[in-house]
Design a protein around this ligand. Structure first.
Ligand code: SF4
Length: 349
């Protein structure tokens, strides 16, 4: 069988991908050496980018403020670390059976020489194995890879927007020596510059006016300047935990337990806006937000039990004390001891 782009896309969708795009490796031309996938597989001819929808319902519990496990697990980690890799693995088997070497790459933070959160180079971390090589590990930017593969555009929020799902997508990719017909760069426009992502981000991580511009394959790509450490705070519920109802550190799900901010600006506000404008294809019978969203949480207020808890638990003597609030007062919401001694890497831990 001659392997074609059409066959690859059909197979990837059969295996569970929602979106598939193909880029020639030449679209990495001009990328910084530390982010150039051609150094990972010099004989690669094509990059296949797979997109997986973040189900809208994974955001529901956070939207209502009543269930926080589903988004960090099913909407985040399980896509990046379980479902995506299964599809990657089976696509790799499919390509190997046709005689093509294929590097399956899942979106995770590992041993990159460039810090994937703030883009800083990690001096003293690793050494190039030969002259001219980048420092291991090379960091492939998955959103830029998705752009190269024609799957959509980068919104002002720096979140990738696809015409099918708007901001509700995560990616995995494969580098292969199969020479495949590439997809054109996406020429449409999804982001209309409404800046609702800016307004609704609890940590104010996205600049309203300042932007970052780069050029990929002759196309200018622009997004709002992002403060990555503020983004980390927003991910975890804001600087004052204003969108995090927990007084203690929330248990991690596959390392992503901290994603309890529920992407209030960059995903939820953006998604609601794009659905209202019918800019995207995956629309729903009912609106995502039907009433006024809940107000921000003030953790400085005294902790109180509601009357129904008093009725059902206190009266039956079924109450246990939790020291979450005491722990919370002694740690910041990265899970890092305020003394600075007990540093925990929020990405890996
Ligand atoms: S919220 Fe508006 S400005 Fe922000 S990425 Fe979405 S469409 Fe663009």
């Amino acid at each position: 069988m001659i392997i074609t782009s059409e066959k690859i896309k059909e197979k990837a969708k059969e295996l569970g991908a929602d979106l598939v795009g193909i880029s020639p490796m030449s679209r990495f031309e001009g990328a910084p050496k530390q982010m150039d996938a051609r150094y990972i597989f010099p004989n690669a001819k094509s990059m296949i980018v797979l997109g997986f929808r973040i189900a809208r319902g994974t955001l529901r519990g956070i939207e209502e403020g009543t269930l926080y496990t589903t988004y960090p697990s099913m909407g985040y980690a399980a896509l990046n670390q379980i479902y995506g890799p299964m599809v990657l693995w089976n696509m790799t088997r499919f390509l190997e059976d046709e005689g093509y070497e294929t590097v399956p790459m899942l979106n995770m933070n590992g041993g990159e020489a460039v810090n994937p959160v703030n883009g800083n180079f990690r001096k003293g971390w690793s050494r190039p194995v030969k002259e001219g090589n980048p420092y291991p590990d090379v960091l492939v930017h998955f959103r830029l890879a998705a752009y190269m593969a024609g799957l959509g555009e980068i919104g002002w929020s720096k979140v990738f927007l696809t015409p099918e799902f708007g901001p509700r997508v995560r990616f995995a990719l494969l580098l292969t020596d199969a020479e495949l017909e590439p997809d054109p760069i996406y020429e449409g426009k999804i982001c209309d510059g409404c800046k609702l992502c800016v307004k609704n981000c609890p940590a104010k991580a996205i600049s309203k006016d300042e932007s970052v511009k780069i050029v990929i394959d002759g196309h200018q790509v622009e997004w709002g300047k992002l403060d990555p450490m503020a983004c980390e705070k927003g991910l975890q519920g804001g600087y004052e935990n204003e969108v995090n109802p927990f007084d203690g550190e929330y248990p991690r799900r596959y390392g992503y337990g901290r994603a309890i901010g529920g992407a209030l600006g960059c995903i939820r506000a953006c998604m609601i806006h794009l659905e209202e404008r019918k800019t995207i294809k995956n629309l729903f019978k009912n609106k995502f937000r039907s009433g006024k969203p809940w107000e921000k949480i003030d953790h400085s207020k005294p902790y109180e039990l509601t009357s129904d808890v008093i009725e059902h638990y206190v009266k039956q003597d079924k109450i246990e004390e939790h020291d979450a609030y005491e722990n919370y007062k002694n740690k910041d919401n990265y899970g890092t001891d305020k003394s600075g001694k007990e540093k925990i890497n929020p990405l890996i831990d």
